[in-house]
Design a protein around this ligand. Structure first.
Ligand code: NI
Length: 159
């Protein structure tokens, strides 16, 4: 495993639509391991493949620090409610802003064995799912921010 370089806002790779994964390969397994390691090392709650420069529809999320989800080709199939709160992104270091997201989402994705599963999330997990899936279509939370971006406190979590 290895820590990968996290791409930052302004880099073109963060604005591109990612391609679906059609088969699991050793290279993609290694990418996923590296994404997890990179996310934990950066104290993030989520990371999408384009954030490490790879235009594939792969996301890792862990909002509790001990329960990682790997989502390949994810899509949101249900959402409801609304929450407005602070959001940050490892690709926009040191900043945070208010974003409104659904308070509940259900996603369908493939796991590392390319088996389909459902992931339901509320609160922070719902927010992280929405945030990470946006990355796969080239979108950053700063496009959705309400009011100004401000400097983040050191203990705030990024995705
Ligand atoms: Ni992000």
């Amino acid at each position: 495993m290895a820590i990968r370089n996290i791409r930052e806002i302004g880099e073109e790779v963060l604005t591109k639509k990612c391609r679906e994964v059609t088969e699991m390969t050793p290279r993609i397994r290694e990418l996923i391991e590296d994404m997890l390691e990179t996310m934990y090392e950066a104290n993030g709650v989520g990371l999408a493949a384009p954030q490490v420069g790879v235009l594939k529809r792969i996301v890792v999320i862990d909002t509790t620090g001990d329960n990682p989800y790997i989502l390949i080709n994810p899509r949101i199939v249900e959402s409801s409610g609304e929450q407005t709160g602070a959001e940050g992104c490892l690709s926009v270091p040191g900043k945070t802003g208010q974003v409104t997201r659904p308070s509940y989402v259900k996603a369908v994705a493939l796991d590392v064995n390319m088996r389909e599963y459902e992931l339901e999330g509320t609160d922070l997990l719902a927010r992280a799912i929405c945030h990470e899936l946006d990355h796969l279509d080239g979108h950053l939370y700063v496009e959705k921010v309400e009011g100004p971006l401000r400097d983040a406190a050191a203990d705030e979590e990024d995705a």
